[in-house]
Design a protein around this ligand. Structure first.
Ligand SMILES: [Mn+2]
Length: 356
């Protein structure tokens, strides 16, 4: 595996490439052209200059998270072929720039949902949290406004204000889209892009839905082992794979994550490994990575990844806000660096333990 951290670009991120370079064992970043709205074709020059900037800092571009999918593709709208063609062109340009991993999601309207971006924990740190009881009392607009108000001025990934300004329109687009239609639209998209992925050796890694159940009545199709296996079955092509996100799948305590990892052998192209603590049904908060701080067994997760021969990038995903750091919620340097070091330690112990 390759240990990485997400980096949003010099204009958007409070963390620098120079800082990331000093986290032991981190050799690459997962990045994106953060100002690109879903549907637009990425300029080859912009891709190359991003790559040059990362490499000048002594790191590699291990993958792109994300190239976002236009709502016309997700809803199967009349102009979806135009947007799929744009997506194919972007993939082609990424491939030509020697970038071979793309993470994306197929969630309607919202990329991810939280009710609190800075919940205070006992140790004085703050973290992102979700409570279904709160969601049940508000409407999507109230949640969007509350997320915006808590974002500390940062643009949050997947919460593009330009898109969410048209929230009502977006919900109307998905009015007649149930899980089956969404799944069929994903199938159409995968079939259309696989030939380009073959030509340029690009692994596509779909991110699970977060949280792993329907929010505001919007359908969810990537939430558990059964759905993941059905999804993988859409194409025999191994380039069609998943981002194994423990924090998203882990929102449902019924999900046996090491079991899911073993079932997806060969199709996990990218891993987000973090922990969370369940406080009650539909109520969780993002904890420190350490197994003892949350509800997931992170050792068992890393061991399962090792056992299936996982060799893609891993990132510690989110972190808590600690030591007074001012950063985008979930994406400060300190706790993610602790997370990366911990995951690297587990990996080393697994390898060395196996040699005894
Ligand atoms: Mn994730």
């Amino acid at each position: 595996m390759q240990m990485t951290m997400r980096w949003f670009g010099a204009k958007y991120d409070s963390v620098t490439l120079e800082q990331i370079r000093q986290v032991p064992g981190v050799t690459g970043v997962i990045t994106t052209l953060y100002n690109m709205l879903p549907g637009v074709v990425w300029e080859a020059e912009a891709i190359l200059s991003l790559k040059k900037e990362v490499e000048a800092a002594g790191l590699s571009v291990a993958g792109i998270e994300s190239v976002n999918i236009h709502d016309a593709i997700k809803t199967g709208g009349p102009d979806r072929d135009k947007y799929i063609e744009n997506y194919r062109t972007t993939l082609e340009r990424l491939g030509k720039a020697d970038i071979h991993l793309v993470c994306y999601n197929f969630m309607p309207v919202f990329d991810w949902t939280r009710t609190d971006l800075a919940k205070k924990r006992d140790d004085g740190s703050t973290t992102m949290a979700y409570d279904q009881k709160i969601i049940d009392t508000i409407d999507p607009e109230a949640m969007t406004n509350s997320i915006g108000a808590q974002s500390k001025g940062y643009t949050l990934a997947g919460w593009e204000p330009e898109r969410l300004a048209k929230l009502k329109e977006l919900f109307d687009m998905y009015k007649n889209i149930d899980g089956e239609k969404l799944f069929a639209n994903l199938h159409y998209f995968i079939k259309a892009i696989m030939p380009v992925c073959d030509t340029y050796n690009i692994n596509m890694a779909i991110h699970p839905d977060d949280p792993a159940w329907p929010v505001f009545g919007l359908p969810r199709i990537v939430t558990d082992k059964e759905k993941l296996l059905r999804l993988i079955g859409l194409s025999d092509n191994e380039r069609h794979g998943v981002t194994l996100c423990t924090g998203s799948l882990g929102t449902n305590p019924q999900n046996d994550i090491p079991g899911i990892i073993r079932a997806l052998k060969g199709r996990i192209h990218f891993a987000h490994v973090r922990n969370l603590r369940h406080n009650g049904p539909g109520d969780f908060e993002e904890s420190a990575h350490l197994s003892g701080d949350g509800s997931l067994n992170i050792y068992a997760i890393m061991k399962a990844l090792y056992d299936i021969g996982f060799d893609g990038p891993i990132r510690p995903d989110h972190g808590r806000a600690i030591w007074g750091e001012k950063a985008m919620p979930g994406y400060g340097l300190y706790d993610r660096a602790l997370g990366a070091a911990y995951l690297n330690g587990l990996w080393e112990a697994i390898i060395q333990g196996g040699q005894e």
